[in-house]
Design a protein around this ligand. Sequence first.
Ligand SMILES: Cc1cc2nc3c(=O)[nH]c(=O)nc-3n(C[C@H](O)[C@H](O)[C@H](O)COP(=O)(O)OP(=O)(O)OC[C@H]3O[C@@H](n4cnc5c(N)ncnc54)[C@H](O)[C@@H]3O)c2cc1C
Length: 443
Amino acid sequence: MTGYSIFSLARNALRGHRDWPRAWRDPAPKPRYDVVIIGGGGHGLATAYYLAKNHGIGNVAVLEKGWLGGGNTGRNTTIVRSNYLHKPNAQFYEHSLKLWEGLSRDLNYNVMFSQRGVVNLAHSDAQMDAHGRRGNAMRLNGIDAVLLDREAVRAIVPDLDFSARARFPIYGALLQPRGGTARHDAVAWGYARGADARGVDIIQNCEVTGIKREGGTVVGVETSRGTIMAGKVGLAVAGHSGHVAAMAGLRLPIETHLLQAAVTEPLKPVLDTVVTSGAAHVYVSQSDKGELVFGGDLDFYNSYAQRGNLPAISHFTTALLALFPRFSRLRMLRSWGGVMDMTMDGSPIIGKTPLANFYIDGGWCYGGFKPDHLSVLRSARPCRVQLWRRRDADAAGPDDFVRRRMGRLYLSPRQPKGGASRILAAPRRLPRLVNGPARHLDS
Ligand SMILES: Cc1cc2nc3c(=O)[nH]c(=O)nc-3n(C[C@H](O)[C@H](O)[C@H](O)COP(=O)(O)OP(=O)(O)OC[C@H]3O[C@@H](n4cnc5c(N)ncnc54)[C@H](O)[C@@H]3O)c2cc1C
C-alpha cells in the first residue's frame, strides 16, 4: 500500500497525479474464505479491517451488492458524538469517539474528522434542567460537556432566532466540544484501503441472494457471482438486515424505516458547529463544500425504497427555518433517503445469532455512523458487556445477553429444521407491533 504523506502528495503532484496506484483491488471472488462479510458499508468494512489488523485474519471477503459506502454510510449526515445520559451508552460511544480521534492516523487516510462541537438546544426551563442532568452525567463518565446559557449560545450560533417572537425560544444548550462531523465516504474508502492492503478481498457488485446452511450452521452464501463457502459469515447490511437474515431462516426483531436528509446550495461559512434541537426535531451542520446539511426524524412507515416522501422533508425544513429564519433564502440542492434498521428497543444487536458461524451487526438505525469501528468482530466484547449491564443485569454474561435478545428470533418454517431450533425455544409468533418502532430518546 502506498503511504499517503506530504511527500507522496508532492511527488505525485509533480507527475500530474497520473501514477497513484488503485486504493484497493477489484478481485474475483474465491470459492472459499475464512470469513465472508455481507455489506460494504462502514460496519462491514471496519469489521474486515480489524479482523485483519487486530486478529491476523486476512482470508476475508466483503461482499457488496452495489458500491462501497452506497448504503447509509454514504447517505448519513456524519454527526459523531458521545453526549449520552446513561452510563453504558456514554461509555460505548465515548470509546468510539476516542477511536475517531486517532482514525485518520490509524488508516493513513484523512477521514476529515472535525471536532467542531455538537450543540443541543434547550427551549424551556425543563429542557435546561434535563440538559444539566445529562451534562453532569457525562462529566461523571469522563466526557466533556458544557452547559451554555442563552448568551453563550448566541456567541456560538448568532444566526439562531433570538427574537421575542421566536417559535422555539433559546434558553441555553448543552455543548459537547469534542463532538463533530467526519467525511462519510472517506471512512468507507479508508477502511477499504486498509483492509485490502492486509489481504481482504473487497468485492463490489456482488449481491448475496441466499445463505447456505447445514442444519444449524451457516456454511456459505449464494451470490450474483456464484457460491462462496465460508468458515464464518457476518451480516452488516443495516436496513436490509431483515430480508438477508431471512435467507438464513432467521426473523429479526428489526424493522426497516426511511430516514431522509437534505442539503442547501453551498454558501460561505456561516455555521461552525453542529446544532440540534430535540424539540423541533431537526439538526444542521455545514459541510466542507459549504452546503448546509440537515435532517430530522424517520418516516414512520416501513419501506425498503431508498427515497422518502414530502411530509418528513417539509417537517424538518420548517423546523430549520423556525430556528434559523435567515436560511429561508437558500435553495435546497437535493434530498435523499436511507433505509434504517430499527430495533424495538432502539439498541443495536452485535454478536452471535442462534445459527452457528453466523454473526450480526445491525439495528443501529440513525446512530450507526459514529460507532462504525465498533463493529461486530472487532472489540465487540467490551461493548456487549456494556449493553448487557444496561439491559439484562441478571443474565449470566454478555453472550447470554445477546442470546436472550435473540430469543425474539425464530426459524422460519420455510427453512430446513436445524440445530438452531434446538438452541432456542421458538416463540409461536413475534410480538405484535402496537405502537410502532422505538424512538431514540437520545439517552
Ligand atoms: C439520512 C441519514 C442520516 C444519518 N445520520 C447519522 C449521523 O449523523 N450520525 C450517525 O452516527 N449515524 C447516522 N445515520 C445512520 C448511519 O448512516 C448508519 O447507522 C450506518 O451508516 C450504518 O452502517 P452499515 O455499514 O451498517 O450500513 P450501510 O452503510 O447501509 O451498509 C450496508 C451495505 O450492505 C449492502 N447490502 C445490502 N444487502 C446486500 C446483499 N444482499 N448483498 C450484498 N450487499 C448488500 C448495501 O448495499 C450497503 O452498502 C444516518 C443515516 C441516514 C440514512
